[in-house]
Design a protein around this ligand. Structure first.
Ligand code: BTN
Length: 251
């Protein structure tokens, strides 16, 4: 079944905006947040023409093949960096619910199946004169994106590749939003970090983050990664994006 305004109206009990095609749900959600959207409101699209990924990369959302949504949230500033955990755990639970196995989270927020990426997460904060106005939590899930002839074929995967049946994207969206609400309610609780850390596949592995190479030795409650380099020095890496749009005061 395809996504539509009326199908989503039956599934969702929160304010939402649906677009058959949009540039980026994160951009629409940020504009809605700036215009006064309530917490929990969500922007959903069937396709994105300029979907954005981490570190300035683009994110592909072809029509009828994926989930692309951005949730508007108003967390405390101290909890901003834990939005990655909220989203990664929600997608992990969703993938498990539909029957996927061999799931893991690659730091900071890539949910993978057998080491291949099934979703992308882009949390972004909105600052107004040094005050945190809120955040948007952008989530893209590959449901039936065809990677066979793509350069990403070895590194990306879709849910339907694993479950070999047709999945309903409206139901998946509703379930993902329910799960993200539940995890968001735990944003300050130890269980959020504990569960995320227990599902990370990155620990005790060789990593290279922002020019620092070494072994990942721990993942802290603020979401940062501790890396021990060859000389035994410990470096702390944050995931960055949340501060990309802040002004100097907000940093
Ligand atoms: C990544 O690079 O892994 C993050 C990709 C995030 C993609 C999602 S799709 C919904 C939302 N809108 C965007 O433009 N990006 C995020």
């Amino acid at each position: 079944m395809t996504l539509s305004q009326s199908i989503l109206e039956r599934q969702l009990s929160r304010p939402f905006k649906y677009f058959d095609q949009v540039d980026s749900t994160n951009d629409v959600a940020k504009a809605w947040l700036a215009a006064g959207a309530p917490e929990g409101a969500v922007v959903i699209a069937n396709a994105q023409t300029r979907g954005r990924g981490r570190q300035g990369r683009s994110w592909r959302t072809p029509p009828n093949a994926a989930l692309a949504l951005s949730i508007i949230l108003k967390p405390a500033k101290a909890h901003l960096s834990r939005l990655n955990m909220v989203a990664a755990l929600s997608v992990y639970d969703l993938a498990a619910e539909v029957g996927c196995e061999e799931l893991g989270i690659k730091w900071p927020n890539d949910v993978e199946i057998n080491g291949r990426k099934v979703c992308g997460i882009l949390p972004e904060a909105l600052w107004e004169g040094g005050r945190l106005a809120g955040a948007v939590l952008g989530i893209g899930v590959n449901v039936r994106v065809d990677f066979k002839r793509s350069p990403l074929s070895g590194t990306a995967i879709s849910l339907e590749d694993m479950v070999e049946r047709r999945l309903d994207r409206a139901q998946l969206s509703a379930s993902l939003l329910r799960r993200s609400k539940q995890w968001y309610e735990q944003i300050g609780a130890p269980v959020l970090h504990k569960t995320w850390k227990s599902r990370l596949t990155t620990l005790n592995r060789a990593v290279a983050v922002d020019g620092v190479a070494g072994v990942a030795v721990d993942a802290l409650p603020d979401g940062s990664l501790l890396i021990r380099d060859d000389s035994g020095r410990i470096h702390q890496a944050g995931s960055g994006e949340l501060y990309a749009h802040s002004d100097d005061e907000g940093r």
